[in-house]
Design a protein around this ligand. Structure first.
Ligand SMILES: Cc1ncc(C[n+]2csc(CCOP(=O)(O)OP(=O)(O)O)c2C)c(N)n1
Length: 625
């Protein structure tokens, strides 16, 4: 039996002799590579925190002690060590382990996440809560260097001196998904590069003593293998009230364990800066930290992934905007730490001066876009639908209220699949629909996507597009895009009994449902609405007055979704044609593949037809009477 197979709880990690820990680390890495080559997932970040996770579970006692992981994409090793190794091969699979931490999945997961920058504030709340209730647990917050590009992390730092004690681990691997950017990244590099540890503050000196000064000084001398410079003279964290320790080698289990034992004794908030390598132990991941941050299935020996022949919407976005920018020098593109994910990497290669990666800073990205727009530029802000939630106030208060010329590109709109509820982009119609003056659209395929981007490039004012993860139907865009008429839907198929309004990627499902209805002798129209706002009310009214049932289909929650806007309009006009809505329910949808979850939650053509048929006979009887 391997060591890892014997780990059923953190107590088993503690029971292992110290000499076995490197072997455990090796087995954990082997399990990560083997399983994720089949399931996909966040390989690089987890390979980087193997020793850290082992050391944390050697020293702290979860669930009593609390360990929070920022984003929590690097929580797989923690899962393996906290009773989930036998189920690890189910990770990111339907009904299997989630790819992030969930409070409902294990008592060892004290805080769930998926969005960056939440851990520091939550940890501070826990520490203050502990002090109020008079208990004595340790609160440890693990945050990557890129988490410190999030404004919210600094909002937490601004308050952190108010706690008596908590431990922050700054896991510095110099990478966000792409290379970490901005002044914070440079600042951390400067600390790491500082060769001096002469000005040790009292606490640090005490720490050196505690470690056994000589050993520590020896360790401090060899950067490659161990601790670099133990303490930089003064760092920003100290000025903000966090006692700073480090930087130390985050792959040295013994050093980490001893350091945590020391930090546990401290009665003030502390930050430990550790240096790790993203992808450690797996050559392909070390070579390409960006690709191996998070990926689908890959070949275990080579790290190769299956090449897809159809470009994704994201790739199309980056390439298309780059083409537009060749001819229009007002066009600029902004990402919040997702140059590859959003496809803007293609734009960056062609127009580096007009491309901006602002870090994990969606609020800043939106405001920055506003500033560019006031200077006559045309910023395209490409952010995943789920992360755009961060910028909601800016969308209302800055972009829309000032009618600024900002184009919002909401990637991964709709179900994100195996990433689960933290990443599904199921709320953007709901949150954008009430914003006055904001145009919002969704294309049915890639060709229309490019037409919409072209329309956005020529539009003046706030405008947004939502599009799903991955590729669409594979329709190749025309060489010259055309400007679409805003607020004009496209009628794909005429029909008299039922009118199916299939928004975006649900247009395909609507067409399939129309075929199923036709097979039963029911004549159905299919409309590609294109515009969520403004709604094509003329087309809607025409079909609502002529058909027995309207059916809306959307890859969005039903609450305050596209179907709601249809119902609102019909109600205002006192049109009583029943509206059957197909979309996601009023609950957080779990993780799993898109087909499985669509089947489960009734977003298939068959389910739509069943819902329509429930209404149709009664309606026919009523009109006959
Ligand atoms: C608000 C938000 N924006 C973007 C992301 C996408 N994202 C996930 S992990 C990550 C980088 C995290 O880097 P870091 O915190 O340094 O951890 P590492 O992966 O390097 O260990 C980003 C940008 C996110 N999770 N949340």
């Amino acid at each position: 039996m391997s060591l890892l197979q014997g780990i059923h709880s953190p107590a088993d990690v503690k029971a292992l002799p110290e000499a076995d820990l490197p072997m455990l680390a090796e087995e954990v890495r082997e399990a990560l590579i083997r399983v994720l080559s089949q399931t996909g997932g966040h390989l690089g970040p987890n390979l980087g925190v193997v020793e850290l996770s082992i050391a944390l579970h050697r020293v702290f006692d979860t669930p009593k002690d609390k360990i929070l992981f920022d984003v929590s994409h690097q929580g797989y090793v923690h899962k393996l060590l906290t009773g989930r190794q036998t189920r690890f091969d189910t990770i990111r699979q339907y009904e299997g382990l989630n790819g992030f931490l969930l409070r409902t999945e294990s008592e060892h997961d004290c805080y769930g996440a998926g969005h960056a920058g939440t851990a520091l504030s939550a940890a501070l709340g826990m520490a203050v809560g502990r002090d109020i209730s008079g208990s004595d647990e340790h609160i440890v917050c693990v945050a990557g260097d890129a988490a410190f590009t999030c404004g919210v992390s600094f909002e937490a730092l601004n308050n952190i001196a108010s706690t008596k004690r908590m431990i922050v681990v700054l896991n510095d691997n110099e990478w966000s998904i792409a290379k970490n950017v901005g002044a914070v990244a440079e600042y951390l590099n400067r600390i790491v590069a500082n060769p001096s540890y002469a000005h040790l503050h009292d606490k640090a000196a005490q720490f050196v003593e505690w470690l056994g000064g000589k050993t520590a000084r020896k360790l401090a001398g060899k950067f490659e293998a161990g601790m670099k410079n133990l303490i930089a003279p003064s760092v920003i964290f100290e000025d903000l009230g966090l006692r700073y320790y480090g930087p130390i080698d985050g792959h040295d289990i013994n050093l980490l364990t001893q350091t945590f034992e020391f930090l546990k004794t401290q009665t003030e908030p502390v930050i430990l800066h550790i240096l790790t390598k993203k992808g450690k132990g797996y050559a392909p991941a070390l070579e390409k930290p960006d690709k191996f941050h998070g990926l689908g299935k890959f070949h275990q020996d080579t790290g190769e992934t299956a090449a897809s022949s159809t470009p994704t919407y994201s790739e199309l976005l980056g390439r298309t905007l780059a083409d537009f920018a060749d001819r229009d020098n007002r066009i600029t593109a902004i990402t919040a730490a997702m140059p590859s994910g959003t496809g803007l990497i293609h734009f960056a290669q062609r127009h580096p001066r007009r491309f901006f990666d602002v870090g994990i800073a969606e609020e800043h990205a939106a405001l920055f876009a506003c500033g560019l727009a006031t200077q006559g530029l045309k910023p395209f802000l490409a952010i995943y639908s789920t992360f755009m939630q961060r910028a909601y106030d800016m969308i209302i208060h800055d972009i829309a209220l000032q009618n600024l010329d900002v184009a919002l590109c909401m990637d991964r709109a709709g179900l994100s699949g195996d990433d689960g509820p933290t990443h599904h982009g199921l709320f953007d119609i709901g949150y954008l629909r009430p914003v006055p003056g904001l145009v919002h659209m969704q294309p049915k395929d890639e060709d229309e996507f490019v037409d919409m981007l072209w329309t956005m490039a020529h539009y003046k004012g706030p405008i947004a597009i939502r599009y799903p993860r991955g590729a669409g139907t594979g329709v190749k865009p025309k060489s010259q895009p055309k400007i679409l008429e805003i607020g004009k839907a496209e009628v794909l198929r005429h029909g008299k009994r039922v009118a199916l309004f299939g928004l975006g990627n649900m247009c395909e499902v609507a067409l399939e449902a129309a075929d199923l209805l036709a097979a039963q002798g029911i004549d159905a129209a299919v409309i590609n609405p294109r515009w969520i706002k403004p709604l094509d009310t003329a087309t809607l009214e025409f079909f609502a007055r002529g058909c027995d049932v309207i059916c809306t289909l959307e890859d969005h929650v039903l609450h305050n979704g596209f179907g709601c806007s249809v119902m609102e309009f019909l109600s205002e006009r006192h049109i009583t044609t029943p509206v059957v809505r197909v979309g996601w329910p009023d609950e957080f949808v779990e993780h799993g593949t898109v087909p499985i979850l669509r089947e489960k939650h009734g977003l298939t053509a068959k389910a739509a037809v069943a819902k329509i048929l429930e209404v149709l006979p009664a309606r026919c009887a009523a009109s006959a009477a």
